[in-house]
Write a protein that binds this ligand. Structure first.
Ligand SMILES: [Zn+2]
Length: 389
């Protein structure tokens, strides 16, 4: 979130960035849902919607999407509980959910420096002090158990009804087997290495965009998500594998788009570690690659280029099941057109998250609630009640 493009967009501009701006303005309710599907023009309607958004946010009202408005607009889609919040140096999370977290910390006497919607070191310190005070594991991450503690404390402090957190419902209904897992997302390329550029799309940007959409969904169900790179860095594959190993990740997903000079080639393929020649392969990696392949093909209709074993360095050097996804061909006009559509990237992200959930469905879930220190929280609340009565 911290490295959204800082370019300026204004009346008359056109392109994929404008398409995204329109979608975000529709999500905030400032722009009416378009009758023209996925327009990419910054027209009068968009300028008016930007003005309305700026007015509400106390920003300079000029109808131009500069850096400040851009950050506020990208942050506006997040509500507290949508994702795991933590301090990530070099990739600081920003959004309305962070501001809400800061307000709650403030109201309970755990003061971050300021309520600015940026999860920096001082917010992390405040979260740590809060966790220590409540008796939760002190890790500085505002995950499901910390948010639940907020809800309970808000109730006992103010006497009002508890704030219902969307993530609680999500965890209960579908995600609990993924709760507490660590998934490393590896957006392909980055830095000076753009990957393929074709049909107005840049592979390194598409993979990062897709990774962020996966991140939002996984965080909402209590998965810790780590990135191998930011918008400006491009580590080599060995370093990416080392990062995942050091994070003790449960799963690593490497995101790419394919390309070739044969213009007919299209579709999605997945790869897992394996050397056919030696009959050696990662069985879990193959299983996950198959699940991802199946979900993407059935949900998107992309051509099925199947799952394959490969001896690539990233797959070989990682100590956890790793799957590389080549989601569509940027060299293929129809694949590229679909990848340019944010709604299509959402569908892709959805398919990948569902595949991960499916992988864990068969497992016993004795550890599913292991990260929730509910006993500690109950003890705190009992003590709190006793001291106020
Ligand atoms: Zn690539």
């Amino acid at each position: 979130m911290s490295d959204q493009p800082v370019a300026l967009y204004r009346l008359g501009d056109k392109g994929n960035a404008v398409r995204t701006i329109r979608a975000l303005l529709q999500a905030t309710g400032d722009l009416a849902p378009s009758t023209i599907a996925a327009s990419d023009v910054y027209d009068e309607e968009v300028a008016d919607a930007v003005r309305a958004f700026q007015q509400r946010r106390g920003l300079i009202v000029d109808g131009v999407l500069g850096p400040h408005t851009n950050i506020a607009l990208h942050g506006a889609r997040w509500k507290l509980g949508d994702r795991m919040l933590s301090h990530i140096p070099g990739h600081m999370l920003q959004g309305d959910d962070v501001a809400e977290l800061q307000e709650r910390l403030l109201s309970l006497g755990f003061t971050p420096d300021r309520v600015d919607g940026v999860f920096g070191p001082s917010t992390e310190q405040a979260v740590r002090r809060f966790q220590g005070g409540v008796g939760l594991a002190v890790d500085g991450n505002a995950g499901p158990e910390t948010l639940r503690a907020f809800a309970d404390l808000t109730r006992s402090v103010s006497g009002g009804s508890p704030h219902t957190l969307r993530e609680e419902e999500l965890v209960r209904t579908s995600g609990h087997r993924l709760l507490g897992r660590i998934v490393v997302l590896d957006p392909g390329h980055g830095g000076d290495d753009t990957g393929t550029i074709a049909h107005g799309l840049t592979e390194s940007e598409v993979t990062l965009d897709l990774a962020r959409r996966i991140e939002g969904r996984l965080s909402a169900i209590g998965v810790t998500v780590l990135f191998t790179r930011s918008a400006t860095t491009g580590p080599d594959d060995l370093l990416r594998a080392t990062m995942a190993n050091q994070a003790h990740a449960d799963i690593m997903l490497s995101l790419h788009c394919d390309s070739t000079d044969q213009s007919q080639a299209s579709g999605v393929a997945t790869f897992f570690w394996g050397l056919e020649r030696f009959g050696a392969w990662s069985a879990v990696g193959e299983h996950l690659a198959n699940l991802i392949q199946r979900e993407i093909v059935s949900r998107t209709g992309l051509a099925d280029c199947r799952s394959h074993p490969r001896g690539w360095q990233l797959l070989q050097r990682t100590q956890m099941p790793t799957v590389r996804i080549e989601a569509g061909y940027l060299s293929h006009p129809e694949d590229a057109a679909r990848l340019a559509d944010p709604a299509f990237l959402d569908t892709l992200a959805e398919a990948i998250v569902i595949a991960l959930q499916r992988m864990y469905l068969g497992e016993d879930d004795t550890n599913a609630t292991g990260v929730l220190s509910l006993g500690d929280l109950r003890a705190y609340n009992a003590k709190h009640r006793a001291s106020t009565e």
